[in-house]
Ligand binder design. Structure first.
Ligand code: HEM
Length: 366
């Protein structure tokens, strides 16, 4: 598509698709033309009832800037660096558990899933026992399992918002030293966040902080497995690990695509796109664009420069990027130390891809 139809109009679905790095980068950063708010495509403005739509992910300036400033406080490099000892502790507990288990290791189930969900649950101040519910809820938020499961998905999403509403109420009564209590106390120009904004924030962190980091860790293992010699090189020189993680972000991007909504008419490539159109920016395609990445189909842990856009670009650039990078570095670094020899995904293990238009990863990785 990049070579033949880089700006493609799907007339049946009434959606535009962008495949080239330069076009994706432009649509992600020119927020005045390419809004993040789906309501930009609607002639009337419905009252906001979906919390995810009220989260910063779906807002444009100036409200985006206000909420982002607030949220950024929770994810400054200093705050994230302070989390390192706890992330290392959780990682070692998980690795001890698999070392003492008679079962075959599944990277997704045993390591890549529990690490980020535990970290985010602790950040939000939510008991780790809720982990199984968290998993179902975040799966439901990104799922694309088809019409027949829609009611089950909606029921999951509803129970998630019910749970967060309860947590918000509890923290309102009894504030604690956690992110939810901090958000409840926060004010923008003398005004507290609305309930729907608070719920949206919790849901966004749950899904943004879980599924994506799980997939980053598992996709990195997949890349290392498929490229002989990488594991040995990383073990010989651990300083190569951060570059290898960046390359895995580029090569198997955990988020495949994001949506934008045109506010005005615009020209992109040789195509005229009207106002109020849906535009899908394909990050996974942009990250394989030869004009940006020489030998883009090669997995090269020493690729420099590596300006991938797996974390997006512009004002919505991923807030959790330092945290995701840190978790991946600690977990993969510990795996390299503790699992000697070559890593090998058994040939008879059919990997099941996650069914989703948004995230890219596998459900299992033995
Ligand atoms: C935004 C990817 C991990 C929180 C984004 C965006 C991307 C992305 C592509 C931009 C969306 C857009 O422009 O519409 C990823 C990937 C991750 C990851 C690939 C892991 C490998 C995390 C984590 C957190 C997080 C761990 C938090 C705990 C957020 C938030 C936003 C965001 C709050 C919205 C920022 C805004 O709208 O200003 N992420 N993310 N992400 N991410 Fe991440």
């Amino acid at each position: 598509m990049r070579a033949t139809q880089p700006v493609f109009h799907d007339e049946e679905q009434k959606v535009w698709h962008l495949f080239r790095y330069s076009d994706v980068q432009r649509a992600m950063s020119e927020y005045a033309t390419f809004s993040s708010d789906p309501r930009s495509t609607m002639e009337w403005q419905p009252e906001e009832t979906d919390p995810i739509l009220a989260s910063i992910l779906r807002l444009d300036p100036p409200r985006h800037r206000q909420l982002r400033n607030l949220a950024s406080m929770a994810f400054t490099p200093r705050v994230v660096t302070q989390l390192a000892p706890r992330i290392t502790e959780i990682t070692n507990e998980l690795l001890d558990k698999v070392s003492n288990s008679a079962h075959e290791l599944d990277v997704v189930r045993d390591l890549a899933y529990p690490l980020p969900v535990t970290v985010i649950a602790e950040l939000l101040g939510i008991p780790t026992e809720m982990r199984a519910d968290f998993k179902r809820w975040s799966d439901a938020l990104v799922s694309d399992e088809g019409e027949e499961d829609r009611e089950v998905l909606f029921a999951e999403i509803k129970s998630m918002y019910g749970y967060f509403a309860q947590v918000l109420e509890e923290r309102r009564q009894h504030p604690q030293d956690d992110l939810v209590s901090a958000l409840l106390a926060a004010e923008i120009e003398g005004q507290r966040l609305s309930d729907i904004e608070l719920l949206g924030f919790c849901a966004l962190l749950l899904v943004a902080g879980n599924e994506t980091t799980t997939n980053l860790i598992a996709n990195s293992v997949l890349c290392f497995d498929q490229n002989p010699g990488v594991v040995e090189r990383l073990r010989r020189d651990p300083n190569l690990l951060p570059g290898a993680i960046e390359e895995a972000l580029r090569y198997l991007s955990p988020i495949k695509a994001m949506a934008r909504f045109t506010r005005t008419e615009t020209v992109i490539g040789d195509q005229q796109i009207g106002a109020r159109e849906v535009v899908i920016t394909w990050l996974a395609s942009a990250n394989r664009d030869e004009s940006q990445f020489p030998q883009a189909e090669r997995f090269d842990i020493e690729r420099t420069p590596n300006r991938h856009i797996a974390f997006g670009h512009g004002i919505h650039f991923c807030l959790g990027a330092p945290l995701a990078r840190l978790e991946a570095k600690i977990m993969l670094g510990a795996m390299l130390e503790r699992f000697p020899g070559q890593w090998h995904v058994p040939d008879d293990a059919p990997l099941q891809p996650i069914k989703s238009d948004i995230v890219f990863g596998v459900k299992n990785l033995p």
